[in-house]
Design a protein. Sequence first.
Length: 558
Amino acid sequence: MIESAQAKLQNANRLLALGRFDVAIRAYDEFLAAWPGSGEAWHNRGIALAETRRFALAAQSFGRAVALRPDSAASWNNRGMSLLELGEFEQAALDHSRALELQPDIPDARGNLVIAKLNCCDWRDLEEQRRRIARSLAEGQPAIVPFGNLFISGSPADQLRCAQLWMARHAPRQEPVWRGEIYDHDRLRVAYVSADFRDHPVARLILPLLQNHDRQKFECFGISYGPDDGSEIRRRIIGGFENFIDVRGGSDAEIATLLRRREIDIAIDLMGITWGCRPGIFAARCAPLQAGYLGFAATTGADFIDYIIADRAVIPNSERDFFSESITFLPRCYLPGGCDAEIPEPAPLRDQSGLPEGAFVFCCFSANYKILPETFASWMAILRGVDGSVLWLSEPNAAAKANLRREAAERGVSPDRLVFAPHLPSYSGHLARVSLADLFLDTSPFNGHATAIDAISAGVPVVTLAGTSMSGRAGQSVLTSLGLPELIAHSREEYEQTAIRLPRQREELTAVREKIIRNRVALFDAKAYAREFEHVLLRMHDHQRSGRPPESFLSGMS
């Protein structure tokens, strides 16, 4: 009986290791029906459920594991990660704290704790945690996931080190499925690979590019391993591809083999190292050329990603050494846009959105994990400097709202001057609502990306603080392309002064708005962007076909 149980558990573990998560879950269920006292099985079942994004069930499974093995730091940490995905940030923070008590050096737990607390806008001990994470990374210890590190660090060196440590654990080099075969197609075959072809900022940003690809020269594939949320944006994304393939349930090796059999010339990873990424697909060398684009504003640290597609504003020459990829530069802002540049719904009245009539409205609709205490301190200084102004933010969770109100009061600003915008199911309705704002205040060291594009779409000026890494230069890139360098601050003091000056200089603010309305036509020219992007793809392909290794280059188009 014991031997039979052990064999069943080993089989389930083998299926988990192979990435056959659904089959593994069934195997664990069969084992646990007979032997429910196995903490190991509950833990590994939780991993398989989390890999298939069934986080509520994963959290329950890890909960059974910690009940059976309360001294398991890994189970506490993994339950915390599932709770993070579910938006249960306060409990996630408690779980990660418990994991650290049990094992102070458990990989990523300290970073997970910081991420959970940032989602609650709980900044207690943040500086100490940032120092400890930076020190751990310098010592080669994985302390935070790379996407989370973008929230707290503007150091491109730290970002590279963090990514390399993560990749070494999660995406070791595999036997390549593409072994140098030369494809000969009438059209270049390009595959966009993502878990986020759904109601997600990346999907909204990339849709105009997909809709404007030249189908005489390019055959585009959408490779989706994420959920089908039934949304309108997913329907439009599917329509934007000539070939859309849902590969949910497939292992990394199976998906890589599918791309090889389709003879994909260029595989584009839209995920980088973000939640739900599958770098193993690319570690298996699924295509002759592999590039990172859009979803992760930093290096992946992976030697199997040949290029990152960017622009010179977000990656200056001085930082090329902090990218494992070669860099191909688009001539303008690398963030696409265009399909929803016009606002199809009329703007609501201010009182319908909870905004006081006559107030100057500052806004920021970026996720609250991007709000660091130094950014919030600047925002409060700006409110103190502009009488009667308010700050309009996305509605956060209850803990974050309470903490933000408390932080405002501690900085001498009435909490009533914080106005929270509830989530709207209609994206066009949200864009119409954004147009009620007077000025968008960017976050740092992680800028708004899609949110900054949304503000410009709505005709709202963006004030940004020039960052020190790719993730902190998106606002700079957008404003440079719009011809508005005066809205790019180069110190926190200049950031505050610019935001305080514009409400007082209404003629200047009006001129800025008018310039945005004129110049956003070019910024959101989706057809022109598609031609520039295609030029980059063709140049990378020609370079690879000539037998030369990847090298950084600037697009010849303008």
